[in-house]
Design a protein around this ligand. Sequence first.
Ligand code: C5P
Length: 406
Amino acid sequence: MALVGRRVLLIVAGGIAAYKCLDLIRRLRERGARPRCVLTRGGAQFVTPLSLAALTEDRVYDDLFSLTEDNGMSHIRLSREADLVVVAPATADLMAKMATGLADDLASTVLLASDKPILLAPSMNLFMWNHPATQANLATLRRRGVLQVGPGAGDLACGEVGDGRMAEVGDIVAAIEAHFGAAGPLAGRRALVTSGPTHEPIDPVRFIANRSSGKQGHAIAAALERLGAAVTLVSGPVALPDPPGVAVVKVETAVEMKEACFAALPADVAVCAAAVADWRVAEQAQEKRKKVEGAPPPTLALTPNPDILAGLAAAGGRRPRLVVGFAAETENLIGHAQAKLARKGCDLIVANDVSPAAGTFGGDSNTVHLVGPDGVESWPALPKEAVAARLAEWIAARLAAVVEDR
Ligand code: C5P
């Protein structure tokens, strides 16, 4: 049932595997999805617009400058009217355009203008696939939260054998179904979660850190994914496995975390659960600082780190509809959380007691209070997974209300 009524915008680029997209369309329709096609000029060398139109029972979009279409605005409308954008086959060329933000035809312009999750099914010769340029482009796209299925290894159309073969149609359908989850309430939504501590280097071997384990943030990313969201988790250094189905971007410092968060926008919801260091060392030593016999110990000058939560909440047109922050406090929990809600401009603060007696940092349970503009909702002590599941449900309900209100 996960695909019933789902609007899938299928971008068919110019690779020999394009013929498989005919079967993909058929299988998506069998499952109740509503695929619509954008065909690149290269793609049209391999499949005809007529085949795609016949299978989708819709017209095929291939012209960026068609003035008969929405006054030339079809590139915006195509993405807005989709729940998911699938690029199959995703060629090296189209991935390079996406990574650099080029928009010189309808497909690349739709991808640049898209506010929807994007799933790539790469397909190319193995040397093109393994080329550092392609891998760097892919890494950039993954950091932005783009999803990927395949490629697999095997016989390639060029006669060579190796990586680069587009995922089988069944696997692409499975990835699309997995994305929409069991038709979860957050299907088609994008979520950004920060988690863990940050490490702020003093010199190449020392850093300033904190006791955050990342358990709560990682559990929230997993819970949002289980409700069907496309989740990007920006994580500081933690000793935890990546939650399945989540695009994980690993960072060390607050500055890197901020960059990764803004690169992952747009998002419908941002949950900032990371314990971001408030300060970093103003001047990091390039070499290890040496002890000098008899000299006084060095003084570290600090400089403030960017406030990621406040930055996301003040991001204007890029602001996620819902911005959730955490307040780790050791006293006057609710008072500090209310002040923080106003100061950071977010929609909710999840306040938790991190005094050593509470055992929250590194522990498996958490007692939280949801502090919003309308009041405080206190939850009992719960395992961090249960806090995450309840918070994900709360976010789904609130997001549905925000969208209805518009
Ligand atoms: O100001 P304070 O650190 O107490 O605020 C906590 C909240 O703000 C958390 O949600 C944390 O992830 C976020 N934060 C942030 N960037 C910072 C500091 C805190 O996103 N530099």
